[in-house]
Design a binder for this molecule. Structure first.
Ligand SMILES: *[C@@H]1O[C@H](CO)[C@@H](O)[C@H](O)[C@H]1NC(C)=O
Ligand SMILES: *[C@@H]1O[C@H](CO)[C@@H](O)[C@H](O)[C@H]1NC(C)=O
Length: 614
């Protein structure tokens, strides 16, 4: 984030206690004094101390007789410094309890660490409630308030406690629970030696592009990423899955998936691969559900929060990505519900667009807490709204969304989607945001009949020429939007992956895609086969691996002419050309993303006898 350094300094300079001590007590050197001198001295000291305490109480710096003091001290320090330093920045919103009333629970920002893991305020000592110690045992079932018992807020019902704080709290920020979060955090990690630690500013993305990966299919399901969750073809998306399973079973199935599909080891491996950012897609039901939605509400929220903490532990910056919006913004299975587009347009389009803004109010409040200032590099407003939507309506909605997110405290960079239009149509639109608004383009060759059939060398050249050019011209406000990132791309050179085009649908490559019979593989005839593309990566030939590696590195070179890239995706159950992890394991991804064996300035290698049709 651009102002990362500043907010760290604020925490350092905002150490109230040292200033306080220094002002009140001063040791005096000297000889023996008469007793009246000491008595008078004690009175003077008591009077000064009383006046200071009185003044602080009056200024609301110290709260008398409640557990609120630590939070109040933290917030006030933040406010004071901000007012002096940068008046435009808003402070963290106060913590509310879930019934909307003021809460006496500490905000997570109150005892923030200054990069060393040491709390700066006296949080722990002032929290002298009924709980014996700060490191008390987990909240037990009989301690959970009755209205939360058995709900997803009930910590005693959580499947997986790894890395979570198991002390129950009903405190919320923006109406979103903080339960599970620890009170302190450490922003001193660096993803690798070439990039700054989280508590140092990244600098200009235009001159130092990021390298990242998405955690697709984790908090927003996609059949092709985890086909095992979609065992029969009546299950086509998260909606139909949840409906079939019913609330209880759906919650169980999904929580098991959240807790096992992505673990801390994944974040560790992502950093070890020389990547420095992660994009985390999640859907609106992490926050709330509406009407008769079958989605599992809330459980993915805590896994999102834990994921961010794990990213932090490994120095990875985060792009939040609202992947599914109420009503579905594109009618695609990965938005939650396939087949209907009811967002911005459609019977409830206006309502659902407004609901999405309301969700952004909550999310923006939550993610503008101090603890997120250094780590949320990008805030994605909505993933891939349909091409069918009117661009001018999308622009109006994006303007509103930007304002809502900014006005609710998020001061970092927001990101909107080119919505399958490409970059040129956005030239001259949504101007005046500087580096605070970036456009996200997704680059694939396999969802387009004309590009699907490129031969291997042609495909590599396409990335090096067409996409390099698109990146450069997209970044130039005279020909594109300006700040640009490639939010998705993959190594797939066919659309053969099972369920990629939707459960029950075939592939353009072989002419089995719904509504078409023309095979689009390079030979365009009955030779077109998905066998090799869908084979286990261990059976890939040396030549095919060399092609996949070159193809990936060509795209990386092209996309690094923008602010950076996110590969889609980190992990799949059985689609190696969509899995960064499988590419690393199979030797067809560069072991370190920042240290590559080939780039577009070199000649495309000879792929030998590799067939063009499989
Ligand atoms: C766990 O959560 C409670 C309630 O929010 C908080 O008071 C406590 O400080 C947290 N513990 C740790 C280790 O951060
Ligand atoms: C399902 O999702 C995939 C991408 O994951 C997409 O290519 C496909 O078109 C979707 N299917 C339908 C019918 O929306």
């Amino acid at each position: 984030m651009l102002d990362a350094g500043k907010s760290t300094e604020r925490l350092h300079s905002g150490n109230l206690s040292s200033g306080e001590d220094g002002g009140v007590v001063q040791k005096k050197k000297g000889g023996i004094r008469p007793i009246w001198y000491w008595i008078a001295g004690v009175f003077v000291i008591l009077a000064i101390a009383g006046a200071v305490v009185g003044a602080l109480v009056a200024k609301d710096v110290i709260h008398v007789g409640s557990g609120k003091s630590a939070a109040a001290v933290g917030d006030t320090v933040g406010d004071t410094t901000e007012t002096a330093g940068s008046p435009s920045e808003t402070s963290s919103p106060p913590v509310e309890s879930s019934d909307g009333s003021d809460s006496s629970v500490d905000t997570p920002s109150s005892s923030s660490t200054s990069g060393t893991g040491t709390p700066t305020s006296s949080t722990t000592s002032e929290k002298s409630t009924s709980k014996p110690t700060a490191t008390a045992a987990c909240t037990t079932s009989d301690e959970i308030p009755s209205k939360e018992k058995g709900t997803w807020m009930d910590t005693t019902s959580w499947l997986d406690m790894t890395g979570f704080n198991c002390t129950f709290t009903d405190a919320t920020v923006g109406g979103l629970p903080i339960v599970g979060l620890k009170s302190t955090w450490d922003d001193s990690k660096q993803a690798n030696a070439n990039v700054p630690a989280l508590n140092k500013p990244w600098g200009s993305y235009a001159s130092k592009p990021f390298r990242g990966v998405s955690l697709g299919g984790w908090l927003s399901l996609e059949p092709f990423i985890t086909p095992s969750l979609f065992p029969d073809t009546s299950l086509v998306d998260e909606y139909s899955l949840c409906k079939k399973l019913g609330p209880k079973e759906a919650a169980k199935t999904l929580e098991k998936h959240y807790s096992t599909f992505i673990t801390e080891d994944d974040f560790k491996a992502i950093a070890a691969a020389g990547l420095d950012h992660v994009r985390i897609p999640f859907s609106y039901w992490a926050v709330k559900t509406y009407d008769d939605d079958p989605y599992v509400q809330g459980i993915s929220w805590r896994y999102l929060l834990r994921g961010i903490e794990w990213a932090r532990a490994h120095g990875l910056r985060v792009k939040l990505d609202l992947h599914g919006a109420p009503g579905s913004q594109n009618g695609w299975n990965h938005s939650g519900r396939q087949g209907t587009l009811d967002w911005l347009e459609g019977p409830h389009g206006a309502l659902n667009a407004q609901r999405t803004l309301d969700i952004h109010v909550q999310l923006a409040k939550f993610f503008s807490q101090d603890r997120y200032k250094n780590i949320i590099a990008f805030y994605g407003l909505i993933n891939e709204p349909a091409l069918a939507l009117s661009q001018s309506d999308l622009i109006l909605w994006t303007e509103k969304a930007f304002k809502v997110v900014k006005d609710n405290g998020f001061s970092g960079t927001q990101v909107f989607s080119e919505s399958m239009r490409g970059l040129e149509p956005w030239q001259g639109t949504l101007t005046g945001y500087g580096d605070k608004l970036a456009i996200d383009v997704h680059q694939y060759t396999i969802f387009d009949n004309a590009l699907t059939g490129l031969k291997h060398t042609e495909r590599v050249n396409f990335a090096c020429k067409a996409w390099t050019q698109a990146s450069i011209s997209g970044m130039n406000p005279a020909s594109g939007f300006g700040p640009t990132m490639v939010g998705e791309w993959s190594q797939a050179d066919t659309d053969c992956t099972k369920y990629l085009n939707g459960v029950g649908n075939g592939a353009r490559w072989t002419g089995t895609f719904s509504g078409t019979t023309t095979p689009y593989c390079p030979t365009g005839d009955s030779k077109c086969s998905c066998d090799l593309a869908n084979a286990d990566a261990s059976s890939y030939s040396k030549e095919y691996k060399l092609f996949l590696l070159t193809w990936a590195q060509a795209q990386m070179s092209a996309f690094e002419k923008t602010w950076g890239w996110f590969y889609w995706t980190w992990k799949t159950e059985s689609a190696p050309q969509w899995s960064y992890q499988a590419g690393l394991a199979g030797g067809f991804m560069p072991p370190l993303a920042y240290q590559r064996s080939w780039d577009c300035s070199k000649t495309v290698p000879d792929f030998g006898s590799l067939p063009e049709f499989y």
